[in-house]
Design a protein around this ligand. Structure first.
Ligand code: NI
Length: 245
């Protein structure tokens, strides 16, 4: 069930039997010369929507802008400052919690979001801790590549050149879902450099085409299909575990 294609009456009815909601969350940022700008929000959305077709899930609209300050040296990147991102996540959580959702599961597609999302969870929980009131919901963050079996599959598909940004696995997922938007570009060097992430100008000088440690050209539609199938299954298992808590 997709929240944005439902009516309020259908959501009210569903809350009688399930209080779990999945929020795909990501970022709109450069992904090297052949990766789509939407890669980091498309991946969790594609996986959540695939899982929704297989199992009984309610999926919220995708939170598609994240904390990507370090990518702002590349056109097309849109970023929220960490404090803005925290406020926005808090408002999403408060809105969903107000309706009675008690398992709010964020499926994340951007490594740069993790610290801010975790800090936001602490901020939200702290309101209850300081007031002494019980927190009526559980918040969960899962990166899609940390779903059961995905790291192993990615290592098997790409023994070298996976890297950490504009990875062939994330690009393969988007290519499988959007085959009309498959891109190609020369990879120079074939495997991109590694290094620390700081501000936007420093990033662009260290990683001139945007990739970190990866060879995006390894991505194929077939790999993407395998990753989506495995991740969708992993998501259903992971949500079932959360619901059993
Ligand atoms: Ni990415």
């Amino acid at each position: 069930m997709l929240l944005h294609l439902s009516t309020w009456c259908e959501i009210e009815k569903r809350l009688e039997t399930s209080r779990t909601v999945i929020v795909p969350i990501g970022s709109n940022e450069q992904h090297g010369p052949m990766g789509l700008l939407g890669t980091d929000w498309l991946c969790p959305e594609i996986i959540a929507h695939a899982a929704e077709k297989e199992g009984d899930l309610l999926v919220a609209p995708t939170f598609n802008i994240g904390m990507a300050q370090h990518h702002l040296g590349f056109p097309g990147t849109i970023s929220l400052r960490p404090t803005t991102f925290m406020s926005a996540i808090e408002d999403w959580v408060d809105s969903l919690a107000r309706h009675g959702f008690d398992r709010i599961y964020f499926l994340n597609g951007h490594g740069g979001n993790v610290a801010t999302i975790e800090a936001t969870f602490s901020q939200i929980y702290s309101h209850y801790s300081y007031s002494g009131n019980p927190c009526p919901f559980i918040l969960k963050l899962r990166n899609w590549w940390d779903l059961p079996g995905i790291m192993r599959l990615a290592a098997k598909l790409y023994p070298t050149g996976h890297g950490s940004h504009a990875t062939p696995s994330e690009i393969a997922v988007t290519f499988a879902a959007y085959p009309d938007h498959v891109k190609s570009a020369p990879m120079e060097p074939k495997i991109a450099p590694d290094g620390p992430i700081r501000d936007a100008l420093d990033y662009r000088s260290r990683f001139p085409d945007g990739r970190i440690g990866s060879d995006s050209s390894l991505a194929t539609i077939e790999d993407g299909r395998a990753l989506i199938e495995a991740a969708a299954k992993g998501l259903l298992d992971d949500v079932a575990k959360l619901e059993a808590e």
